[in-house]
Each structure stands twice: as C-alpha cells, then as structure tokens.
Ligand binder design. Structure first.
Ligand code: HEM
Length: 388
C-alpha cells in the first residue's frame, strides 16, 4: 500500500486561477475556479462521500507558484506528499489513528490546567503591558503563543522557536491559501523553505529521540522522512495558528459588542465557551475547506465531472440557529474530521476566559483592524485595547 499515491510533490502545480466570487464569504474569491457549496446538509453529504469527493486538493496552492518560487522550494527539498488531510488512499486511516493517539479525549481533558497556566502567563504579561504602555494588542499578547506551546508539548516536541514558528505559519498560510503577487510569493516561498529546513532537523532529531513523540511514532508506523515533514508542516500550522485565529476573532467580537456574550460574561467558563461557539458557527477561523470530485458523480440532482474543484462553506450558514450542531461543520465531518476540535475549543475558551478576567475594564482602541482573509483562513490581525 502506497502512502504517497496521488499528488505527491510540490503543491501548486495544477491550479489555474485563484480569485473569485459572490457565493463565498470572501468577496475576493473569483467565481469559476470553485463550485461553492453552502447548504449545511449538502456540505455534510460531500464530506461523507470521500470516494466521490476526494480531499486530494486540500493543501494545493490557491495561486499557482511561479517558477522562481518553485525553485526556492525545491532548493529546500520542500514536498508535501499526502499523509493526512490530503490523503485519499486507504493508508489514511492508520496514520490518523497514530496522530489521534496524541489527542485523545482523556489527554485533552487532562491538559486544561496547563492551558490555563500558559493563558495566565500571557494575560499577566498583557496586563503589565497595558499598565506600562496604555495599550496592548491581544492577538500578539494572548492569542499567539499558548496554542503553539500546547501543540508542541502534546506532540512530545521541544517548545522552542515559537515566535519564529508563528511567523512561518502565517507566511505559509498566505503562500498556499492567499493571492500573493510574484514578489510577495517569492518572499513567502523563502519563508516556507526556511520553515521546512527547520522542520527536517526537528523531524530527524525527534525520530532518534528516546521519548515518545509524534514523529517517532509515525516513523515506527512506516512513514518516510518527506512524509513526516509533510505531516509536520500541516500539523504545526493547522494545530495552533487556527486556534490563535479563533481566539483573536472571539476577543474582537466580544469587544465590538457583536458576540452573544458580554466581556463580563466571557470571564466565566460558560460565557467564554458560548462566545467561542458563536464564532465557530458564524465566522470560524477556517471558513471553507476544499474537495475535488474523484470521478463523475451526482450531487443534488446534478452530474459533476471528474476533477471539479469544490469549496465547502463550513461556517456562517446557520442563521439564528442556536443548536449545538450550528457549529459542528466548523471542524469538517466524516473520516477527515479535525482531530483537534475539542482541543481547539478548550484552548480558545480558556484563553478568552483568562483574558476577560485579567483585563476586566478594557475597550477597543485605534482604527478598526485589518483582517487576514485567505481562501480558508480568517482573523483580525490585531485586537488593540486600552483601559475603558
Ligand atoms: C479553531 C481551530 C481549528 C479549526 C477551525 C480546524 C478545522 C479543521 C478542518 C475544517 C479540517 C478539515 C476537516 C475535513 O476535511 O473534514 C481540519 C482537519 C484537521 N485538523 Fe483541524 N482545526 C482546528 C484546530 C486544530 C488543532 C488544534 C489540531 C491539532 C490536533 C488540528 C488537527 C487537524 C488534523 C490532524 C486534521 C486532518 C484530519 C484528517 O485528515 O484525518 N486542528 N481541521
């Protein structure tokens, strides 16, 4: 059984266009590239038919990579063979089981005190910065590092170079899910190359380490070094930057008054959880995800050709729906459903709660923030507050 069947190699080679249209939450997404599906029942059906709707395009670059960018990536040995999120082969299930072993419900429940300690350290520093400077950016000060530290610790990896990891993550998200022009793309490709080199060193050290860690477990499962790097590239970004983005949006919506919870209520576990779930239902950090038809297939009475690119809207289509299922698509569904759903929710709720508790009397300050709006990722770039 080959774990590298399918679109092995440098992503971006097959995409033709990236801009696009009105049927998407992102007005800059051009109609025509993707068939956009927004009805939650249809989205769920697609996710539950993996043989017809393949995840093989999950990590493909939205904007085709220029030859200069491809050269930079090749020089770094960069490759993303399908292992998990984009793996349409039967090998997916076994790999998923190994990764899931690091995020069992019991493990996630057990780490709450550690998340709270990380959140308190960050919010304490943010409160100090507020006292000293009269203002603080909550995205940088509290949303950024706790999820990254937690991810590395849970995977049994050294919690080092975290600010660099955050910067690499944002660059890579833009490189693969954004619309950079050629110069910007080259800059982002260099960043992705640096990240990949760092990752390869990390993978090699981890495989040789005596302690249990993700890469050693996956190497024992039979994954090659490029497959381990591909897994690391996806997981070290998706496993923490998306949670930082969720925290950023939740804090912003609490402070701009459009959350169902007040800032005061967010200082409780219930209020913070409700605020986080509201964002997951309405404007999640991962608003869309992709699939591609593996063969000609019927959907809602229409025959789709093989190779049709599908953009699934996961959030924002449950108007006035307060049921718990209103946000359940935010983490996908079916055999590729997010392995970090419980962890992300818990981390976000704890960080939001600790922030509202540590900074009880703050208000938004300065101009409205710019937002990162990529094909599948979104969040405010800063949430600047000052004393109320
Ligand atoms: C707010 C935070 C997060 C959001 C919104 C999110 C969302 C998603 C979505 C939409 C998918 C695709 C699901 C599908 O294709 O059906 C996914 C896959 C995945 N996520 Fe997350 N995620 C988040 C955080 C995390 C965290 C913290 C982890 C760490 C464990 C994680 C690990 C994964 C993995 C491993 C997959 C691939 C699973 C597979 O293909 O079998 N995610 N996530």
């Amino acid at each position: 059984m080959s774990r590298t069947a399918g679109a092995t190699g440098t992503p971006g080679a097959t995409r033709t266009s990236g801009e696009s249209g009105t049927a998407s939450p992102n007005p800059s997404i051009a109609a025509g590239t993707y068939r956009v599906l927004r009805d939650p029942a249809t989205v769920r059906e697609v996710l539950h038919r993996p043989d017809d709707f393949s995840p093989a395009n999950a990590l493909t670059a939205v904007t085709p990579l220029s030859s200069a960018s491809l050269r930079v990536l090749r020089a770094a040995g960069f490759a993303l063979p399908p292992v998990l999120a984009s793996n349409a082969t039967p090998a997916h299930a076994g790999i998923r089981r190994v990764v899931a072993g690091f995020f069992t419900p019991a493990t996630v429940a057990g780490i709450e005190p550690r998340i709270r300690a990380l959140a308190r350290a960050a919010t304490g520093a943010a409160a100090g910065e507020l006292r000293t400077n009269g203002t603080v950016d909550l995205v940088r000060a509290v949303a950024g590092e706790p999820p990254a530290m937690m991810m590395l610790e849970m995977l049994g990896l050294p919690a080092r170079d975290v600010p660099q990891l955050k910067a690499w993550s944002r660059d890579s998200l833009e490189l693969f899910w954004g619309w950079p022009d050629e110069d910007r793309q080259l800059h982002l490709a260099r960043s992705a190359g640096d990240f990949y080199r760092w990752l390869r060193d990390l993978v090699r050290a981890a495989v040789a380490a005596p302690e249990r860690n993700l890469f050693r477990s996956l190497a024992e499962h039979g994954l090659s070094t490029p497959e381990l790097c591909s897994m690391g590239y996806f997981l070290l970004i998706a496993g923490q930057e998306t949670t930082s983005q969720l925290i950023g949006t939740t804090l912003y919506r609490l402070l701009d008054g459009t959350s169902a919870s007040s800032w005061h209520e967010a200082a409780t576990s219930t209020g913070a959880t409700a605020a986080v779930r509201g964002v997951l239902a309405g404007e999640s950090s991962v608003p869309t995800w992709r699939r591609v038809t593996a063969n000609p297939t019927w959907l809602d009475g229409e025959l789709l050709p093989a190779g049709a690119e599908i953009l699934l809207e996961l959030t924002g289509n449950h108007d006035d729906d307060a049921r718990p299922t209103a946000y359940s698509l935010a983490f996908g569904s079916g055999i590729h459903r997010c392995l970090g759903a419980k962890l992300a929710e818990l981390e976000a709720a704890v960080v939001v709660q600790e922030t509202a508790a540590a900074l009880p009397a703050v208000a938004l300050s300065g101009a409205a923030p710019a937002w990162t709006r990529l094909l599948s990722f979104q969040s405010p770039r800063a949430v600047l507050v000052s004393p109320r």
